[in-house]
Design a protein around this ligand. Structure first.
Ligand SMILES: *Cc1c(COP(=O)(O)O)cnc(C)c1O
Length: 365
């Protein structure tokens, strides 16, 4: 069993993806070819955001947004410490200071009730992470941002396809940033990502920053990066979009089924909470366990791969420790000690899922 089954996905989409790639090889426009615009248009239609700017990765998407906000040295960006490093890493790379605010223990997303106390005169933006594929409390976060004149950047690397109050992730705030890393809910076959915004000026800034700050060819109006997504990777995403709706539905089904089966098999099992006004596309199907290493070893013996997202909160990482006291964010510290992700992908079969649940029940017994 694969932790994320990309082989079955390719088997189902093989003709489509191969034809898409062959088209690029035939026209030879490898950089900003027609598939780039076609993919951006398709993702605009999907999310409802006004603009989509494809970029080299999810990490690059975060960096380019922060550059578009014209972050000055010392400007603060509020985020969660319970995330992949790229979130805080790009804040620092853009010249900013990450300010860590703790998570809600049941959803593992940033706790909006703690945000206002962290706002200072230097705060420029709030960067919530839609962890595991569930959007944070974006309504509350947007209200705080509006009150204080801040931008909101959704790190939606794990949540493409998720819904929140009837709208799609990536179309909920100033910016939405997603990743097409192969194992994300919508992945390509290398690195890729996208920025979404409905602000015309910020969209234009992101487009310029993506290509070395050029407002026209060889006119460099601002600092930029080499941050384009290549045509071949856009072709792969287009090839996968044909059954993406089905994949999202299947992920939601599998998430519900995991919950049902785990609760039936393991009394007192502790699962992630999903709020009523949103869904979770389960980039990772993550549960809380005690004695994690032993449980993982037993599952491995039973042929069930697991992973940990993430074993340390960022303020306990050497590179980010200086931004916070080690005792801060206790819920993030506790979650990092107990989270464990189970195999999840749209092609996971009901039988495979059943054997994962049985193996976990056995491992915990
Ligand atoms: C994957 C991920 C990123 C980075 O995306 P890349 O495309 O790998 O650069 C950023 N933030 C979160 C929360 C992620 O899961």
């Amino acid at each position: 069993m694969d932790f994320i089954d990309l082989k079955s996905q390719y088997a189902a989409l093989r003709d489509n993806i191969n034809a898409r790639i062959q088209t690029v090889l035939d026209h030879g426009q490898y950089i900003l070819g027609p598939e780039v615009k076609e993919m951006e248009a398709a993702l605009i239609a999907y999310t409802g955001a006004k603009h989509c700017i494809s970029v080299a990765s999810g990490t690059e998407a975060l960096l380019i947004c922060l550059m578009a906000l014209d972050l000055q040295p010392g400007d603060e960006v509020i985020t969660s410490p319970f995330t992949f490093a790229a979130t805080a890493e790009m804040i620092v790379l853009a010249g900013g200071v990450p300010v860590f605010v703790d998570i809600q223990p049941d959803t593992a997303n940033i706790d909006p009730t703690l945000i206002e106390a962290a706002i200072t005169a230097k705060t420029k933006a709030i960067m919530p992470v839609s962890l595991y594929g569930q959007v944070a409390d974006m309504g509350a976060i947007n209200a705080i941002a509006a009150k204080h004149g801040l931008a909101v950047i959704e790190d939606a690397a794990q949540s493409f396809g998720a819904s929140y109050q009837g709208k799609k992730s990536c179309n909920l705030s100033t910016f939405g940033c997603t990743s097409f890393f192969p194992s994300k809910p919508l992945g390509c076959y290398g690195d890729g990502g996208a920025i979404f915004t409905s602000d015309d000026v910020l969209a234009q800034a992101c487009r310029e920053i993506r290509t070395h700050g050029q407002s026209q060819r060889y006119l460099h109006t601002r600092m930029g990066v080499g941050g384009r997504m290549d045509t071949l990777q856009c072709a792969v995403v287009l090839g996968k979009l044909d059954r993406f709706e089905w994949e999202v539905r299947r992920r939601l089904e599998l998430g519900d089924a995991y919950k049902r089966k785990l609760q039936a098999a393991i009394p007192g099992v502790q699962l992630l909470a999903v709020r009523e006004d949103r869904d979770c596309v389960w980039a990772q199907y993550t549960v809380f366990v005690n004695d994690r290493e032993a449980v993982q070893a037993r599952l491995k013996e039973a042929g069930v791969p697991t992973a940990v997202h993430y074993p340390r909160p960022l303020h306990h990482q050497p590179a980010y420790a200086k931004y916070s006291s080690p005792e801060a964010c206790p819920h993030s510290i506790a979650a990092a000690q107990r989270v464990m992700s189970l195999p999840m992908s749209a092609d996971l079969t009901d039988a495979q899922q059943g054997s994962v649940v049985a193996a976990l029940a056995e491992a915990l017994a």
